[in-house]
Design a protein around this ligand. Structure first.
Ligand SMILES: [Fe+2]
Ligand SMILES: [Fe+2]
Length: 344
């Protein structure tokens, strides 16, 4: 009895020591900037942080197709329609790469999609705002995709291999999205006074929600510390937001648009722009489901998923049939054995 309990305690101690040394070795790999791959040992907290972040990112890509998708038929020319169609399609592709990256951590696509549809998982709050005018499509590309690039470029160097590799391709496509948005706004700003006014009105509505995309201040961000220690997040929310403001001001000046922030001013001492305070009450309201479009976005997502069920079933039945045919063809080509053990 005594021996058994002694053995159990010793085993527990050995296990703890092993786990501590594995964790130390893991953190040392992160500090050496080595990539962690799906087959490698990783702490549960690392896996959990990654599943939360990658799936939230994947959901944002897919829900992000909705505000712009409604403008494909209303784009002002065939060229603009083609470009917007390609852009929205890219966002679906980004969702696909990211769901696949999350699946390497042992979660299934169904679990991830369920979490989104049941409201358990979050997505970027920006997609809960309405796209009221054509200028919104330009402003989204310029600012929202611009903010996404700012967030995502450092993720190309994140410690988890499948996420980092997915981000490299995504960032290349996001640059195209940002340019197409800037090009729309540029065309409006060079156009009639009413077109320029439309661009300005859109900028007024989207500026602050875009700054909210970087998340709460570093001092109020619950997950940031851990994500930084694990080499997932390379720059903090406030650092990224500041970088975004610094590059965007010059672009707005070039377009002849006014950023709707009277407190925006160059601070020579800091070498950065100072800017006004964000309405965090609005941010939390939208995050917690009370934004202008939270409900309709989820309804649209769930009904698209249900309406597409027959397509997924048909595609998978077709794939099974093709695989069976391929197997049968291989079997038919296999050399027929002439050796008959019974006859021999
Ligand atoms: Fe995207
Ligand atoms: Fe994009």
């Amino acid at each position: 009895m005594y021996t058994q309990s002694f053995d159990t305690q010793t085993n527990a101690k050995v296990e703890r020591a092993n786990s501590d040394s594995r964790e130390d070795a893991f953190l040392a790999r992160i500090r050496r900037d080595e990539k962690i791959e799906p087959q490698d040992w990783m702490p549960d907290a690392y896996k959990k942080t990654l599943v939360r972040q990658i799936s939230q990112h994947a959901h944002s890509e897919v829900v992000g197709m909705l505000p712009e998708g409604g403008w494909i038929t209303r784009a002002p020319s065939l060229k603009r329609k083609e470009i917007l169609l390609a852009k929205v399609q890219d966002e679906g592709g980004h969702g696909l790469y990211l769901y696949s990256a999350a699946e390497t951590l042992g979660v299934t696509r169904d679990e991830l999609v369920d979490a989104l549809h049941s409201g358990k998982a979050k997505y970027s709050s920006i997609f809960n705002y309405e796209t009221k005018t054509w200028a919104d499509i330009g402003i989204i590309g310029w600012l929202v995709d611009g903010a996404a690039i700012m967030n995502q470029v450092p993720l190309c160097r994140c410690s988890y291999g499948p996420y980092a590799r997915a981000m490299i391709r995504i960032c290349k496509e996001e640059s195209f999205h940002q340019r197409q948005g800037f090009d729309i706004v540029h065309a409006l700003c060079k156009g009639a006074a009413a077109q320029k006014a439309m661009a300005q009105e859109s900028l007024n509505r989207w500026w602050w929600p875009t700054l909210m995309m970087f998340g709460p201040h570093d001092s109020d961000s619950t997950h940031s510390g851990q994500a930084a220690e694990y080499g997932i997040k390379r720059l903090s929310n406030d650092e990224l937001r500041q970088k975004f403001v610094d590059v965007t001001v010059a672009q707005a000046e070039f377009l002849g648009l006014t950023i709707p922030d009277p407190a925006l001013v160059w601070n020579a001492e800091r070498g950065h722009y100072d800017f006004g305070s964000i309405d965090w009450d609005e941010f939390w309201k939208v995050v917690n489901g009370e934004g202008p479009c939270n409900e309709s976005r989820m309804q649209d997502r769930v009904s698209a998923f249900e309406n597409g069920r027959w397509v997924r079933e048909a595609a998978s039945a077709h794939a099974t049939k093709r695989a069976e045919r391929a197997l049968a063809a291989v079997a038919a080509k296999a050399p027929v054995t002439t050796h008959d053990p019974v006859a021999a």
